[in-house]
Design a binder for this molecule. Structure first.
Ligand code: C5P
Length: 257
């Protein structure tokens, strides 16, 4: 009896880390991060917080279907338990992530940025990349991760050249060590005119910043014919986080009989 919702569709953006600074391994096995995200309106695929986006999307859908009345803060706390990148998938926009990446501070962004993403032929395990990061550190002391002032300034002013000069990704050498072919993908994007090329997060997706939408199309086209990746997408960001696309259908069951 009564009415219940039977289905709901949610849309969750993937993410790119324009800075991923990693500290030393913590006693709980995680690493402290200073992680600056720029959200992308592209489908979940190829290791760009795909699992995290699924987690945030499923949570948002359950919340809507079951009408839980949970506050935003409660949903974010559940997201943080599900995984380090899940809160950002819910929030979207641009944010600085600290702790293990789950503590978010929204960032002001002065304009849109144009990106090209090259998806790899195979995946890379995030824990394996962090383990390789520790192995390459070889006992050397690792500084506290801090957000780059130049990078935050570049985001705030919407300056693509300044952003290209400021991006960084501490786990990139670890990702390249486990996936050496990625170096050819990065090089192909640079040759095609990208302002900068970097591994997105722990990889293996490669991210390329372009000056404008037209330049992004050009880089994408050259990457597609380079034979160094499985598929290529362009995207502009930042975009909002997880959103409900369609209202759930009502499945009215006759009351009484
Ligand atoms: O939080 P999430 O489940 O996405 O993390 C996957 C794995 O990545 C962790 O089990 C850990 O090995 C590694 N990780 C880490 N430090 C972080 C985030 C993830 O070492 N800040």
């Amino acid at each position: 009896m009564g009415s219940g919702r039977s289905s709901i569709t949610v849309r969750v953006p993937a993410k790119v880390n324009v800075q991923l600074a990693v500290g030393a391994a913590r006693p709980d096995g995680f690493h402290d991060l200073a992680n600056v995200f720029l959200a992308k309106d592209i489908p979940v695929a190829g290791g760009m917080a795909g699992g995290s986006a699924d987690g945030a999307g499923a949570l948002l859908a359950c919340d809507a279907l079951w009408n839980t009345g949970a506050s935003r803060a409660e949903l974010l706390a559940i997201c943080a338990e599900l995984g380090s990148d899940v809160p950002f998938s819910l929030v979207g926009g641009a944010a600085l992530g600290t702790g293990r990446g789950e503590r978010l501070t929204p960032l002001r962004v002065g304009g849109g940025f144009h990106w090209v993403f090259a998806m790899a032929e195979r995946g890379l395990s995030t824990p394996a990349v962090f383990r390789e990061f520790d192995r390459l550190a070889d006992g050397r002391s690792i500084p506290e991760p801090v957000a780059s002032a130049d990078l935050l300034e570049a985001l705030a002013t919407g300056d693509a050249d300044a952003l290209a000069a400021a991006v960084s990704n501490d786990p990139q050498p670890a990702a390249l060590s486990l996936f050496p072919e990625l170096a050819r993908t990065l090089e192909a994007g640079r040759t095609a005119g990208a302002l900068t090329a970097l591994v997105s997060g722990s990889g293996p997706t490669a991210a390329f910043l372009a000056r404008d939408a037209q330049a992004a199309q050009q880089v994408a086209q050259e990457l597609r014919s380079s034979g160094t990746c499985r598929s290529v997408r362009t995207a502009a960001g930042p975009v909002p986080g997880a959103t409900t696309l369609t209202e759930a259908h009502d499945t009215d069951v006759p009351v009484g009989a």
